[in-house]
Design a protein around this ligand. Structure first.
Ligand code: GZL
Ligand code: ZN
Length: 329
């Protein structure tokens, strides 16, 4: 496979390390980099692990090859961050037949038999989308624009990734609820800055200043979209031509939220390392683990006009971004 597999263990020969094979999606975004860092720092040799890391460069076939490689190497555990939800049954069956437990992180796998994985740790992506849409509704209400027509474009993530499916679903549920909201277009920005800029350029050619809201499904797409919007001579922000919303709340994303170019940033917690370690430690003791565990996530805004939102009857505080908020994370 063209992916890079690095074995991070310096051979101590001690043999008592727990060997973990981690198949990571790629390095497409700041969020992904933070997620990889969390896994590498958790599964270190001093913590008692040998981590075999594989970067699949966003290609499922590379992830499948990496999993087969881990099975050959007789790792103790396989951790998979699946690029998209489908196409995993065969290789997960091979891992099951080889007796290697598989832990899914971040996005979900859509398999015929969920005994093909032991546990999943990640985000409630549809809730993320619903939170962002609820913030938009409250923001427009607070600005006295609750009844005005609102034209939205959705720069989606990698099509078929749980984060894309959930964030798009959350927005579309709100669009169907608010008759004055129109979803002009949904186009994949593949969670990258380059593609986000390219997609925004074509959306501006097609819709220009008809666009009121740019709903970016991660920070790197938002950075690209902002560059395209400003290059076309428009202004982003509360008092600009259009507002840009985003997901991930990476440090770079919150910095753009602090300066108002991103007006609302729904957090996506990349720190799966500790959760996965808890699961492995529980399994090592022969105990059972929860099938699904959601990580906690907040929502940030530039404009403190909205301090709380409600989704499906539950309330979520909105944190106004400050320098201190960014430094405290
Ligand atoms: C979300 C994760 C997404 C991030 C993007 O948990 O799957 O993939 O939102 C990343 O930044 O590319
Ligand atoms: Zn998330």
């Amino acid at each position: 496979s063209t992916s890079s597999t690095e074995d991070t263990k310096t051979d101590t020969g001690s043999g008592d390390l727990i060997t973990v094979g981690f198949s990571q999606v790629g390095a497409e975004s700041d969020w992904r980099t933070a997620n990889t860092e969390s896994m590498k720092s958790t599964f270190s040799e001093e913590n008692g692990y040998e981590l075999i890391f594989d970067d699949a460069q966003q290609k499922q076939e590379n992830q499948i090859a990496a999993i087969r490689n881990f099975i050959q190497q007789e790792v103790d555990y396989i951790v998979l961050a699946p690029v998209t939800e489908t196409g995993w049954d065969t290789v997960l069956q091979e891992a099951k037949d080889a007796g290697v437990p598989v832990i899914i992180v971040d996005r979900m796998v859509n398999v015929s038999d969920d005994s093909l994985y032991t546990a999943w740790v990640g985000s409630n992506f549809e809730l993320e989308g619903k939170k962002a849409a609820a913030w938009l509704y409250a923001y427009l209400q607070a600005a006295g624009k609750g009844e005005e027509p609102v034209n939205i474009v959705d720069i989606q993530g990698t099509i078929g990734a749980s984060a894309q499916i959930g964030r798009t679903a959350g927005l579309e549920a709100a669009v169907s609820e608010h008759s004055n909201w129109t979803l002009l277009a949904k186009v994949s920005g593949e969670f990258t800055q380059a593609k986000g800029q390219e997609v925004m350029e074509s959306l501006l050619k097609q819709y220009g200043d008809q666009i009121d809201v740019v709903y970016c499904e991660n920070d790197n797409e938002a950075f690209g979209a902002i560059d395209a919007i400003e290059a076309a001579g428009y202004k982003v922000g509360a008092d600009g031509d259009m507002i840009v919303m985003s997901f991930d709340s990476t440090n770079a994303g919150l910095t753009e939220t602090l300066n108002g170019k991103i007006i609302c940033n729904t957090e996506c917690n990349p720190l799966h390392g500790p959760r996965v370690q808890e699961i492995i430690q529980t399994l090592e003791k022969g105990e059972t683990v929860n099938k699904q565990e959601y990580v906690d996530e907040g929502i940030f805004s530039f404009d403190g006009a909205v301090s709380v939102i409600s989704v499906d009857g539950a309330e979520y505080p909105v944190t106004k971004v400050t320098k201190e908020v960014i430094e405290s994370r």
